[in-house]
Ligand binder design. Sequence first.
Ligand SMILES: Nc1ncnc2c1ncn2[C@@H]1O[C@H](COP(=O)(O)OP(=O)(O)O)[C@@H](O)[C@H]1O
Ligand SMILES: O=P(O)(O)OC[C@H]1O[C@](O)(COP(=O)(O)O)[C@@H](O)[C@@H]1O
Ligand SMILES: [Mg+2]
Length: 366
Amino acid sequence: MQHAGMRRIGVMTTGGDCAGLNAAIRAVVRRAVGHHGLEVIGIHQGTMGLLEDPPRAEPLTLAMADAGLLRAGGTILGSVNRGTPFSFPLPDGGVTDLSAKIHAGVAKLGLDAIIGIGGDGSMRIMHRLMQTGHFPFVGIPKTIDNDLGATEYAIGHHTAVEVAMEALDRLQPTAASHNRIMVLEVMGRDAGHIALAAGIAGGADVILIPEIPWRMAPVAAAIRALRERGRNFALVVVAEAVRTAEGETVFAGPSAPGAMPRLGGVGARIANALEKATGAEARVTVLGHVQRGGSPGALDRIVASSMGVHAVDLAVAGRFGRIVVWAEGRVGDAPVDQAAGAARPVDPEGDMVRVARGLGICLGDR
Ligand SMILES: Nc1ncnc2c1ncn2[C@@H]1O[C@H](COP(=O)(O)OP(=O)(O)O)[C@@H](O)[C@H]1O
Ligand SMILES: O=P(O)(O)OC[C@H]1O[C@](O)(COP(=O)(O)O)[C@@H](O)[C@@H]1O
Ligand SMILES: [Mg+2]
């Protein structure tokens, strides 16, 4: 049943970008405009766009929501991933609460619903905005890290895994040509899902993830065992949040005010340590944002499209405060606080870890 007075839906993207955001925006427009006859307003730069006067936003039309948008990387709306609006950092080092301005922005645009596409941090912010003013919110989960509690699957993860898998496909022949250990550092702020999935799909010999503490001895032993079997190379996948053998987290550099710490560089540290431990030559590749950019793969297009359609239907039914989820192969929804609260790290006893161990992949702990 249509929610009384539902006319205009705002859509925005927040958090790190990933492949499939535009596919989700397209689905929202096609369902809302094409099917329900509503207006869709695209809000620029997430909640930042709502702070401006007039708010930075534009109507999204069916003509824009064509097949080109389905394929396009990034987000046509732009995103924001720093400076939570409840304690926004000021140049003088203080903080200010911008939430009332965000609620004013929603009112200025006359939005009857807001569909926010974001990760765990975004869901926490949106949930709090709902509790503190007029913010009729429906969430769509996206994160290459796939660490959102409420959903088995979030937009962007599968494409990132495909990119990392392709990197392993390309690293393997060059590793074999030069008798090398190739270390591939992949993203994953606190979670090893990308490393684990890409390592399994790409034939890694060693996968190191933050959820399973590792030691050099079993890793070096695994590489020596490969050599004894006649193998002249090894493929090692390292999640960026893994600690060094000495237990240090490695940062890429200073982070901007209000931003999350920037991880990066542990792959090089581990490659050096591996050279010392095994006597083999090692090289490192840091995939970085290559995993986030570019065209979405088939699964991300399907998930983004399904989630976009479902989010509009939730909004039209007036079912706010919910996040679209993917569970047991189909789209559904759950209370947004479920997503806002719970992270979903790799389960060290879970199926994927069992598969990796079953394949004889070394996870660094034994
Ligand atoms: N509306 C927003 N304003 C400011 N910062 C935001 C906003 N939404 C998300 N962020 C921040 O961006 C970072 C990443 O957001 P998140 O939604 O967790 O996405 P992801 O982890 O997938 O990149 C977090 O630090 C989060 O607090
Ligand atoms: O682009 P930035 O701000 O350097 O952020 C990099 C971080 O963003 C992430 O890509 C976050 O991914 P999600 O946005 O998909 O959660 C991490 O894997 C990585 O650590
Ligand atoms: Mg996050």
